[in-house]
Design a protein around this ligand. Structure first.
Ligand SMILES: NC(=O)c1ccc[n+]([C@@H]2O[C@H](COP(=O)([O-])OP(=O)(O)OC[C@H]3O[C@@H](n4cnc5c(N)ncnc54)[C@H](OP(=O)(O)O)[C@@H]3O)[C@@H](O)[C@H]2O)c1
Length: 249
């Protein structure tokens, strides 16, 4: 049996209507998994669903910050062998512009949702023994940037959450790991391009010895973390940065 295969595994992917989550869903089905995909935008979610490899896949559109939507999603879930928590937003603001509403806008989806979702999934006993959970951080969790009080803060919190999840579930053989990508070319990247001058973006991109990442670069690491090939790995954070931090930024 190929330890990298995901045959007979069923995996929930949040944020699957776009970017990294979308590619993760495709890559997981290519490796033999069945997936439950969720995102807010029904039309884009359905487009992703139509491109998946055939299997017992399911799509459930949900605003995961809404408790009713979350409960509906969890009630439809089959038994899971893995969860990929990819849904997230950036929302960069200098600290002087932070308000309670802005904190909620970012922290709800980036931190509270993965925590509440994993709470509901574990409480309803939908996570099988030996399952693998992946939380999505960013290099900015450890290397904060100006304007990152919400984003970097939420990602640092996710890294702690992933370790706590690992600690509370290892007795069931359930593993939890985090990944921290640097710049990946997705819709989020396109938004960043809007927020920066072309010169600033070009300067940033030139600092990646291996170039900026693609959703496939991230998805391949997630395939590994969900597969039995990584069955001895839990509680870690894998940095994916094309060498960006190599020279000690
Ligand atoms: N791209 C990068 O450079 C990069 C780098 C490091 C880490 N990351 C992390 O990777 C993850 C995915 O990023 P991405 O680049 O793939 O972003 P993206 O293309 O903007 O996709 C974000 C996804 O999150 C979903 N989402 C946002 N708010 C939601 C809500 N309230 N309820 C349910 N779903 C919601 C979106 O759904 P809809 O579109 O349907 O609304 C979309 O599917 C994020 O956690 C991000 O922080 C990205």
């Amino acid at each position: 049996m190929n330890p990298f295969s995901l045959s007979n595994k069923t995996i929930l992917v949040t944020g699957a209507s776009s970017g990294i989550g979308k590619q993760v869903a495709l890559s997981l089905t290519n490796m033999g998994a069945n997936v439950v995909i969720t995102g807010r935008n029904e039309e884009r979610l359905n487009e992703v669903y139509q491109t998946l490899e055939q299997g017992t896949n399911l799509q459930v559109s949900a605003d995961l910050t809404n408790e009713t939507d979350r409960t509906n999603l969890v009630s439809q879930l089959p038994q899971l062998d893995g969860v990929v928590n990819s849904a997230g937003v950036v929302n960069p603001y200098p600290i002087k512009y932070i308000t309670q509403a802005k904190i909620d806008e970012t922290l709800n989806i980036n931190y509270e949702v993965p925590l509440l979702l994993m709470a509901a999934i574990t409480k309803s006993k939908k996570l099988n023994k030996k399952a693998s959970v992946v939380f999505m951080s960013s290099i900015s969790g450890q290397h904060p940037h100006k304007g990152g009080s919400l984003y970097s803060g939420s990602k640092a919190a996710i890294e702690s959450l992933s370790k706590v999840f690992a600690l509370e579930h290892y007795h069931l053989g359930i593993r939890s790991n985090c990944i921290s990508p640097a710049m990946v070319k997705t819709e989020m990247y396109d938004d960043a391009e809007q927020d920066m001058t072309k010169q600033a973006m070009d300067d940033h991109v030139s600092q990646y010895p291996l170039g900026v990442g693609t959703p496939t670069d991230v998805a391949n690491t997630i395939v590994f973390l969900l597969s039995d090939a990584s069955k001895w790995i839990t509680g870690i954070n894998i940095r994916l940065d094309g060498g960006y931090l190599l020279e000690g930024k």
